[in-house]
Ligand binder design. Structure first.
Ligand code: ADP
Length: 639
């Protein structure tokens, strides 16, 4: 070959391999896009089918229809798992599954895991044993999403392949060097077990052990292959011990970082308490005067959301696009707006920004909740940063949706329903908590966390908040003093105790900030402490101001509600009360204004619990607006 020809061929080769690399990159990119789109495109219609199917299950009175709907639910959820599993598996195989680090609460991880299997557990009448170390640090850092996925898979298998006995979730731990700990998890069951010869095959994709008893409808044979790979990615090894016919145990150990040393406490006890309170789920509130706007480009999603809220009697309007939403807002005001994220033309974030900047828009401050199928890590931060007040994942969980609405609707339009049977006390407590939450979450308190430390004692929590208000001032002065004297050990002591106080009342952001400064001051980093302290002081100052406003309004409300008590309340039995309410309902039905007002006046003189008084206030307000039908609904709801 001539020199020239050789050169030409080499050039061509060079060009070809460059082209090949570019083509491969392009192909990988296309595959990524395809996977991401497929996930969204497939999951969305499946979720719609499942969502609408839930409505059929809820509303249909015909047994045969319900049977069909149950089959749809079963097949649909297998399809959803299959789609998700295939995507996960492909991603892992392609080396695209990345671990992510985040801070998480052990109790919320456990809680979600246990909730995830509660329905099949109950159906199969299996016991759940929680063998959870009480002293494990409650806040850790690691890849919670994948840890959750691993444990979910193991737990759901344990339930699926066990017909009698119990499933055990074990969590133990060991301290390692520095802030690292080794956490060991095990999921055990007393189920059908696995033959020795089959154990080796367990982690291969699409393997299902071919015993008749294993011919489960809801199995894909991918779960363990994914689980095993995820455990390996986290630096652990999935171990299996099983005795055929007796049961199995799947276990692994992984390293996680400690964020907060405070111990988790008795999770099993908390779990048992919550089991008690969720036994009879019923809609949580009615709000016939509440106005909610739901915006979604998918008509099915709108129908699902509307259907879910039907029982609450909220006034629900729907819009099919961002533009339509803005049009509606020119004519009408809402208490809450729920906005889908992925919409053509104008997406949720753009619509939100337009709402906030729409000239003369009376809804400029209305809380806006993001509705999204996007449940990946960091989604919450994304939506809050974008300016949404909160976010809710689709398919919408009716209970979460209601809790969120209670939080964001003005409290004077919400009438919390009374639990009829058994656990009234728990439910009322839950209602009170939701209300308090709505007042305090905006000023930096996660009251559920706070209450956790106070045995759920609301009165105690109120008193501690008052103390906390004083502490904020005291500690700020002390910290400023130490900072001036450049005394880092002194600063560290105060900021450490501030962290504890803040954690106790659920002021988590403040506690996190104090923790940062504690670390710096303990390490003697004076300059860093000087730079960072103003952030802490600002946080403390604004919290003090907001807390004062809240405490003042509470004490005013307490005085007001104490006043009518002094003017002798008349006693009345429950039966007489119901009778009087029925009379009121009759008069409302007749649109007889004067006699309605007369009856309302009479009813207000009776000594009734706060829930009844609130119902009367709501009814009175509706009558004032001549909304007799609404008033009637309010009364009928408790009859
Ligand atoms: P799937 O459960 O969807 O079939 P997995 O990959 O999770 O897929 O499990 C593969 C197989 O391993 C199952 O089909 C079942 O035969 C067996 N298996 C998994 N977990 C258990 C268990 N806890 N007890 C008995 N058999 C199990």
């Amino acid at each position: 070959m001539s020199q020239e020809k050789k050169q030409e061929s080499a050039d061509r080769k060079g060009q070809t391999s460059e082209e090949m690399i570019a083509a491969m990159k392009q192909a990988e990119h296309t595959r990524d896009l395809f996977l991401a789109n497929m996930s969204h495109e497939l999951r969305t219609p499946i979720n719609t089918i499942l969502g609408l199917n839930e409505l059929i299950l809820r509303e249909s009175q015909e047994e045969a229809i319900k049977e069909y709907a149950l089959d749809i639910r079963q097949a649909g959820s297998v399809l959803l798992t299959l789609v998700s599993d295939i995507l996960d598996f492909t991603k892992i195989e392609a080396g695209q599954m990345k671990l992510s680090d985040g801070i998480y609460d052990v109790s919320s991880l456990l809680n979600d895991l246990v909730n995830g299997i509660s329905i099949p557990l109950r159906k199969k009448k299996l016991d759940l044993e929680l063998d959870i170390a009480k002293d494990v640090p409650y806040k850790l850092s690691g890849d919670e999403i994948h840890l959750r996925q691993i444990l979910n898979n193991l737990l759901s298998n344990a339930v699926k392949y066990t017909d009698r006995g119990k499933v055990t979730l074990h969590l133990g731990w060991n301290r390692l060097e520095g802030d690292e700990i080794e956490v060991d998890f095990a999921v055990k069951d007393t189920g059908i077990g696995i033959r020795e010869k089959d154990i080796a095959k367990l982690f291969s994709a699409f393997q299902r052990m071919d015993t008749v008893t294993r011919g489960k409808k809801d199995s894909t044979g991918l779960g363990l292959a994914i689980t095993n790979r995820l455990v390996e990615m986290m630096g652990g090894r999935l171990e299996v011990q099983s005795t055929f016919g007796k049961g199995s145990s799947f276990s692994f150990r992984i390293v996680q970082k400690v964020v907060e040393d405070a111990p988790l406490g008795d999770f099993e006890e908390k779990y048992n308490e919550s089991l008690h309170s969720v036994k009879n789920y019923k809609q949580k509130f009615i709000a016939p005067m509440g106005r909610v706007l739901i915006v979604d480009d998918n008509a099915m999603n709108l129908a699902v959301a509307q259907g879910l809220l039907k029982e609450t009697r909220l006034q629900v309007d729907v819009a099919g696009s961002g533009e339509e939403c803005l049009e509606l807002l020119k004519r009408k005001t809402y208490h809450v707006i729920c906005l889908d994220h992925m919409m053509p033309v104008m997406d949720g974030v753009e619509t939100l920004h337009a709402i906030r900047s729409l000239e003369g828009n009376p809804s400029v401050d209305t809380p806006v909740i993001a509705l999204t199928a996007n449940a990946v890590a960091g989604a919450r931060e994304f939506y809050l940063e974008a300016g949404f007040q909160d976010y809710l994942t689709k398919p919408i969980d009716a209970e979460k949706f209601e809790t969120m609405l209670i939080q964001y609707l003005p409290s004077n339009v919400v009438y919390l329903t009374k639990e009829e049977n058994g656990d009234g006390a728990d439910a009322e407590n839950e209602n009170e908590i939701s209300l308090l939450e709505s007042k305090l979450s905006g000023i930096g308190f996660n009251i559920r966390n706070g209450l956790k430390y106070m045995g759920n004692d609301m009165a105690l929590y109120g008193r501690v908040l008052q103390d906390f208000h004083l502490i904020l001032k005291e500690k700020e002065d002390a910290l400023r003093g130490f900072l001036k004297k450049r005394d880092m050990p002194g600063y560290a002591i105060i900021v450490h105790s501030l962290k504890g106080n803040a954690r106790n009342v659920g002021a988590d952001d403040l506690a996190d900030e104090a923790f940062e400064l504690e670390k710096m001051s303990k390490a003697g980093q004076l300059e860093d402490v000087e730079v960072r302290s103003p952030i802490l002081f600002n946080l403390m100052k604004s919290m003090r101001k907001d807390l004062k406003t809240y405490l003042d309004s509470e004490s005013k409300a307490a005085k007001n509600s104490a006043e009518p008590k002094e003017e002798e309340k008349v006693r009345i039995t429950d039966d007489e009360w119901k009778k009087a309410l029925r009379e009121l309902a009759g008069r409302l039905d007749d649109f007889d204004g004067d006699s309605v007002n007369e009856k309302l006046k009479e009813l207000k003189r009776y000594d009734r619990p706060e829930s009844d008084r609130k119902m009367l206030r709501l009814c009175e307000k509706a009558v004032k607006d001549y909304a007799y039908d609404v008033a009637l609904e309010v009364v009928n709801a408790v009859l």
